[in-house]
Design a protein around this ligand. Structure first.
Ligand code: FES
Length: 111
């Protein structure tokens, strides 16, 4: 049975824990959802995997979607990139987001 909404947790740039909810197919990507509802300061390239402003690190849970070349390339230029890094604009809204925990990585990362 498909869930009617997905709830996930993210740590923001101040280290605060936030809970967010979305419906299946409500947005094209995790970046669009967070930009629209919670964060205004990212998504500079509008989801093309070029700018790296939507950098997140997965803390709990996992995503099965494979990284495309552009995402790997952009992450390789980010100082704080690690094996758990992803670009939120390349992550679709689906059931894998449910119970996922991730951290927003910014230039002002206090975490
Ligand atoms: S919005 Fe630019 S890399 Fe994701």
């Amino acid at each position: 049975m498909e869930l009617e909404s997905y709830t996930f947790t993210y740590l923001d740039e101040f280290g605060d824990t936030n809970s967010a909810t979305c419906r299946p197919n409500e947005y094209h990507s995790l970046m669009e959802l967070l930009f629209d509802k919670y964060l205004q300061e990212w998504g500079d390239c509008k989801g093309r995997a070029w700018c790296g402003t939507c950098h997140i690190q997965i803390l709990e849970g996992s995503l099965s979607s494979k990284m495309q070349k552009e995402e790997k390339q952009t992450l390789s230029h980010l100082d704080e990139a690690c094996p758990q890094s992803r670009l939120a604009c390349q992550i679709p809204i689906n059931a894998e987001l449910h119970n996922l925990v991730f951290k927003i990585i910014t230039d002002n990362d206090f975490g």
